[in-house]
Design a protein. Structure first.
Lengths: 143, 377
C-alpha cells in the first residue's frame, strides 16, 4: 500500500474517530427522500456522507476518496465493465447502479462494500445506515 | 580480443548472459534460405557493405557523417569464437540473438521476411547449437507473419539448445501486444519458451522510432532502445497479454532498467483511472510485471552512486526480476565486472548474474560448478 493511501485512510479514520456529541445516529430525512437509484449527500456531524439507494438497500459512505481526498460521492453511479475468461474475453457490462465513479480521477468503487475496483487495498469507509419509523439515520460507526 | 579473463568477482557463481549477438551475414544464411529469397541473400553477400549496414537486410537508416575515431565494430562469426570470447569475459552461458536481423521487423515484404526467419532459425540450430557449448538459442519470431511464426516456434520447441523466442522489436508495427501477434505469444506460452524483446536504434516512421529530428547518434541511441521498450511494455499491458497468457514469460533487453519503475508507476496510476478501458487487468500492472517480466541490465545505468541503481531495481522487484546481459560484442557491452561495483548482497548477485536465468530458461548448472561444492555465501 502506498504512503498516500495510508495517509488518506488514516485521515478518514482520524476524522471519524473525533469524539462526537450525542446522538450517535443522525436523522438525515424521510425514507421517501432516498428512492431506489437515488443518491444524495447529507451532513452527519462533522462529515459529509453519501447515501445511495442501490436496488432498495441504503448504503452510506463517507465523502472522501482515499486516493486524493476528492468528493467521491459527488460522482456518477454506473456499472462494472469486465473482461476475463468467464466473459470469453468479451467486454461485459454488469451491476448497473452499484458502482460509484469518483468525479476527480475516475476511480471506481463498489457501493455495497466500498471496495475500489482497481487497487484492491483501497476502499471507501462505509457508515451504518438504518431506517427507524420511516426516517433514515446514519451513524459514523462503520456499517 | 582485448577483454581479460577475470573470474574473481564471479567465482563460484554461475554467469548467464541473456544477450550476445551472432554475426548473421546474408551469405551465412543463404544456404539455409528457401528460393527465390536465397538468390537475394547471395546477391547481398556479394555486395560491398558497412558494419551492420546492409540495405534490404539490415537497413541502417544512416543519417550521420562519418567521424574519426569510430566505434568498435566487432562481430562473432562462429560458435568457437563465441565460446572463447565468453570464456575470456568469464561468462558460462550466452543466449544468442541476431546482429543484422535486429532490424528484421522493419522489412516490409512478408514472403521475404518469412523466408528469412526460417533461414535464420535453420542456420542458428545447424551452426550454433552444440551440446556442451554453453550457447543457447532464441527462435526468431516473424511479426510480419504471425501464423507461420507460431508454426516455427512449435517446430523448434524442444530442439536442444533452444531456450527462448526472440521478438524483433526495433521498428515493429504495430507494437508487440497487438492482437495480430497472439499466435506467436500463444505458441511461446504453450512451448514454455520465454520471449525476449530486443530493439536497436533505427530511424523509421513507426512509433517510437521517428528519430530523424535528432542531429546525432548520441541522441538516437539514448532514446532508441529505451523508448522502444517502454512503448512495447505498455502495448503488451494494454491488451492484457499477461492476463491472456498467464504463463508467458517476457524479457526486456538492452535498455538498462531505470526506465522500468517510471513506466510501472505510470501504468499503475492510470490503471486506477482507466480500469474500465482495461478491465482484463484485474490487478495493478506492476503485479503482472513482478510475476511475468524480467529486465536485463545492459547497458548498465551508471548513476554517480551505484546504490541508486540498486534502489531503482528494488522498485520493480530487484534481484528477482533482473538478469545480467553483456550485449557482447557490441560497442556498449558490459563486462560482468561492471556489476561488481553495485552494492548487492551475495545472494542478490547470484540471482542477477545467473541463477534467475538458469531457472527462467531451464538451463543446467554448468559443470565447473557441479564438479565441486559451490562456494558458500
Amino acid at each position: 500500500m502506498s504512503g498516500s493511501q495510508e495517509m488518506a485512510e488514516h485521515a478518514v479514520e482520524t476524522d471519524t474517530k473525533t469524539p462526537q456529541p450525542a446522538p450517535v445516529e443522525y436523522p438525515v430525512g424521510p425514507a421517501s427522500d432516498f428512492p431506489p437509484g437515488s443518491h444524495k449527500i447529507v451532513q452527519v456531524g462533522t462529515q459529509e456522507v453519501g447515501v445511495f439507494n442501490v436496488n432498495g438497500d441504503l448504503h452510506a459512505l463517507i465523502n472522501i476518496c482515499p486516493h486524493q481526498y476528492g468528493p467521491v460521492c459527488d460522482g456518477s453511479v454506473g456499472g462494472e465493465m469486465s473482461c476475463n475468461a468467464s466473459t470469453g474475453w468479451k467486454f461485459q457490462w454488469s451491476r448497473d447502479g452499484e458502482i460509484l465513479i469518483c468525479p476527480w480521477h475516475g476511480l471506481e468503487f463498489d457501493l455495497t462494500t466500498g471496495q475500489c475496483l482497481a487497487p484492491k487495498e483501497m476502499r471507501l469507509r462505509k457508515c451504518k445506515v438504518s431506517l427507524v419509523d420511516g426516517e433514515v439515520r446514519v451513524s459514523l460507526r462503520a456499517g | 580480443m582485448s577483454v581479460q579473463s577475470n573470474r574473481t568477482a564471479s567465482d563460484g557463481m554461475v554467469i548467464v548472459d541473456c544477450d550476445v549477438h551472432v554475426n548473421d551475414l546474408p551469405e551465412f544464411l543463404a544456404p539455409h534460405c528457401e528460393m527465390p529469397w536465397r538468390k537475394s541473400l547471395e546477391i547481398l553477400g556479394a555486395t560491398p557493405r558497412r558494419y551492420l549496414d546492409v540495405p534490404g537486410y539490415a537497413p541502417a537508416f544512416g543519417l550521420d557523417a562519418p567521424m574519426p575515431g569510430g566505434h568498435a565494430t566487432r562481430s562473432v562469426n562462429n560458435p568457437q569464437a563465441m565460446r572463447d570470447e565468453l570464456d575470456a569475459l568469464g561468462i558460462d552461458y550466452g543466449i544468442l540473438l541476431p546482429d543484422h536481423l535486429l532490424k528484421f521487423a522493419t522489412l516490409p515484404n512478408i514472403e521475404y521476411a518469412t523466408a528469412l526467419s526460417h533461414a535464420y532459425n535453420r542456420w542458428l540450430v545447424a551452426e550454433w547449437m552444440r551440446e556442451g557449448s554453453g550457447l543457447y538459442g532464441a527462435i526468431m519470431a516473424c511479426p510480419q507473419n504471425p501464423e507461420d511464426s507460431a508454426k516455427e516456434i512449435e517446430r523448434y520447441a524442444g530442439t536442444p539448445g533452444i531456450c527462448s523466442v526472440y521478438l524483433p522489436t526495433a521498428g515493429v508495427d504495430p507494437l508487440w501486444g497487438a492482437r495480430r501477434y497472439d499466435p506467436i505469444l500463444a505458441a511461446a506460452e504453450a512451448a514454455d519458451l520465454p520471449v525476449i524483446l530486443h530493439s536497436v536504434t533505427v530511424t523509421s516512421p513507426v512509433f517510437p522510432a521517428q528519430l530523424h529530428q535528432f542531429e546525432n547518434y548520441f541522441a538516437r541511441q539514448v532514446i532508441g532502445h529505451a523508448f522502444s521498450m517502454m512503448a512495447n511494455l505498455v502495448s503488451i499491458m494494454h491488451t492484457g497479454v499477461p492476463v491472456r497468457y498467464p504463463k508467458l514469460k517476457i524479457v526486456f533487453t538492452e535498455s538498462g532498467v531505470s526506465w522500468v519503475p517510471c513506466m510501472m508507476w505510470r501504468m499503475d496510476r492510470y490503471h486506477q483511472e482507466f480500469r474500465r478501458t482495461v478491465p482484463f487487468l484485474e490487478e495493478r500492472p506492476s503485479e503482472y510485471m513482478r510475476r511475468q517480466m524480467w529486465f536485463a541490465t545492459q547497458p548498465l545505468d551508471e548513476p554517480i552512486n551505484p546504490k541508486y541503481l540498486v534502489e531503482t531495481m528494488e522498485h520493480y522487484g530487484g534481484a528477482d526480476r533482473t538478469l545480467f546481459a553483456s550485449d557482447w560484442p557490441h560497442h556498449d557491452f558490459d563486462h560482468p565486472r561492471g556489476l561488481a561495483k553495485l552494492p548487492l548482497t551475495q545472494e542478490q548477485r547470484r540471482k542477477i548474474m545467473g541463477e534467475n536465468a538458469l531457472s527462467l530458461f531451464k538451463l543446467p548448472m554448468p559443470k565447473r560448478l557441479t564438479k565441486r561444492e559451490i562456494q558458500p555465501v
